[in-house]
Write a protein that binds this ligand. Structure first.
Ligand SMILES: [Zn+2]
Length: 346
């Protein structure tokens, strides 16, 4: 198979055409460290070593796209916007101190420049390294933070949740800024060759907020990012973890091309509800299946997904969320094997 077949396959699905077979795009980043031996923390400071691992993952396991990144985009943006980070020895950084402690702090926030603020330039370098190696052959996916999630990183999730009830104007103000930050970052990613911008908004999950809160605060912001991404010539995907059954129609209404579903969502039900509007992607259980299951379990679960919702070619086999660092690579390979065995379209 030529490398370009990956690109053609994924672009066919995104453009609404029939692919030769269902693509397999696991949400895999730091799990690929197993192939090159780079340390999870070591890679945070070395775009070269991160690029080597991400490229090795795609080359060895032959999935159809690369998620370019290592730690969450909302961490990177939160840091670049002034949050103090904690750097644990064995995991990715976390916010240690919020930059927004009261609504009046919002005046100090500025939109970070992806080429100069915080560690964002390291991500830009990573994109450049990957683009130079596989542009036009392997589709590139990259995350941008959902406005609600980035707001939670800046002021604390609890305070944000309280504010949706007590101070809705604060929520509107902070998400206006986080939307601009996310758009600016997304545009920089597109300019570096990213084909699909994945807006990750886990804090806007149906597991955390009501459909009404999602509709009034999160949905319009997500739609604005989608519009900017599409205008820049890339495809937009929306990733919200957890149980999103109650907001599925609202997610599709943001006009994204792809909706990524976690394992708590019933794919067949989702296909019935929004399958005519968006391409569905998902939704193998990252822990109970991909981390602790066997390749046989993974192949069987993949077959069921492909056969139940992949018949029209508007489907991408994936994990429900980010794959844990120690998941056996044979389980990822089993996903690819399943698309080869069961994903061919007539
Ligand atoms: Zn997720």
């Amino acid at each position: 198979m030529t490398p370009r077949a990956h690109f053609e396959r994924v672009m066919a699905v995104l453009n609404g055409e029939k692919p030769d077979r269902i693509p397999c795009i696991p949400q895999i980043t730091y799990t690929t460290a197993q192939l090159t031996g780079v340390g999870l923390v070591e890679a945070l400071h070395s775009p070269e070593k991160t690029a080597d691992a991400l490229l090795a993952g795609q080359r060895e396991l032959e999935y159809d796209a690369i998620y370019v990144g290592w730690e969450s985009s909302f961490n990177l943006l939160a840091e670049a916007m002034g949050c103090t980070m904690r750097f644990p020895e064995d995991s990715v950084p976390q916010v240690a101190e919020y930059v927004i402690k009261s609504p009046s702090d919002l005046d100090q926030l500025t939109i970070p420049d992806p080429h100069s603020n915080g560690r964002l330039p390291l991500h830009m370098k990573l994109l450049e390294l990957i683009k130079n190696r596989v542009e036009g052959q392997i589709p590139l996916f990259a995350y941008t933070p959902g406005p609600f999630t980035l707001a939670g990183q800046l002021c604390g999730i609890n305070d944000l949740m309280m504010a949706t009830i007590r101070d809705p104007q604060f929520v509107r103000d902070i998400t206006e800024i986080t939307t601009e930050a996310s758009k600016t970052y997304a545009m920089a990613n597109v300019s570096m060759g990213v084909n699909v911008i994945v807006t990750a908004d886990p804090t806007a999950s149906g597991s955390l907020i009501s459909p009404k809160t999602f509709e009034s605060f999160a949905a319009p912001r997500l739609a604005a990012i989608t519009k900017a991404v599409q205008k820049a010539g890339a495809f937009a995907s929306l990733h919200i973890c957890g149980n999103t059954n109650s907001i599925l129609d609202l997610m599709a209404a943001t006009s994204v091309s792809v909706v990524e579903l976690d394992y708590l969502v019933n794919m067949v039900e989702a296909k019935k509800r929004v399958g005519n509007k968006v391409i569905l992607m998902g939704n193998l259980n990252p822990t109970e299946l991909l981390l602790t299951g066997t390749p046989k379990d993974v192949e069987e679960a993949s077959r069921i997904c492909i056969e139940s919702v992949g018949g029209d070619g508007r489907y991408i086999l994936s994990s429900g969320c980010e794959i844990p660092p120690h998941a056996p690579l044979e389980n990822i390979r089993a996903m690819v094997t399943a698309t080869k065995k069961y994903g061919h379209l007539p």
